[in-house]
Ligand binder design. Structure first.
Ligand SMILES: [Fe+2]
Length: 194
């Protein structure tokens, strides 16, 4: 019911999140909830159409950084899914702000409009060009990020932080948060239970 490349991505990604989440922590609870739901594939529905954005030119460089210093198995699984990713800009991105407009892209992998469309969770990817900041935003569900290529995160309770390749970032429900690339492209996965 679920193709091998997507299942392989889920297996290595669940493991990467789980090994980084301290037992009993909020991230550990979210990881168990999201990947527990994934055990049940969504009923067949139309896979989102693959799309590319200007920022996708940074994808291969970001994957190379992830292979070198991050979870290499996740990078390899994402490389295999690469041609199917439905990259999109943030809906509110302003074309007048070329740096951000052409300097970021998000792809839903499992979730609404994803490779596996489903309504009970989001698992997706954010790619940010060097020197670009992803603006402050918030959403009701809590969220856990897995850094793939280096970057920094901020939220209302945390100064700008680079969790390193062995870390995770947890954003409580509704908190204002942001992230930014340094001198290299930023790549991270996010999971949210809906
Ligand atoms: Fe977020």
């Amino acid at each position: 019911m679920r193709d091998g490349d997507l299942q392989q991505f889920l297996d290595v990604t669940a493991s990467a999140f789980a090994t980084r989440a301290a037992p009993g922590s909020d991230p550990a609870r979210v990881v168990a909830e999201v990947f527990g739901r994934c055990a049940q594939p969504a009923p067949p529905a139309g896979e989102a159409r693959a799309a590319r954005m200007a920022a996708c030119g940074w994808f291969d460089a970001a994957l190379a950084l992830a292979r070198a210093g991050g979870p290499a198995a996740v990078a390899d699984a994402l490389a295999r899914l690469g041609p199917r990713l439905p990259w999109a800009r943030r809906a509110s991105a302003d074309p007048a702000d070329r740096s951000f407009y052409d300097g970021h892209a998000n792809a839903m992998i499992l979730g609404p409009g994803g490779i596996e469309p489903r309504a009970d969770l989001w698992i997706g990817l954010s790619l940010i060009a060097p020197g670009v900041t992803y603006p402050f935003h918030s959403h009701p569900p809590e969220e856990v990020y897995l850094p793939l290529a280096p970057g920094e995160w901020w939220n209302e309770r945390m100064d700008w932080t680079d969790p390193g390749p062995a870390g995770l970032i947890y954003n409580p429900p509704g908190i204002r948060h942001a992230m930014r690339a340094g001198k290299t492209p930023f790549l991270a996965l996010w999971i949210l239970p809906l």
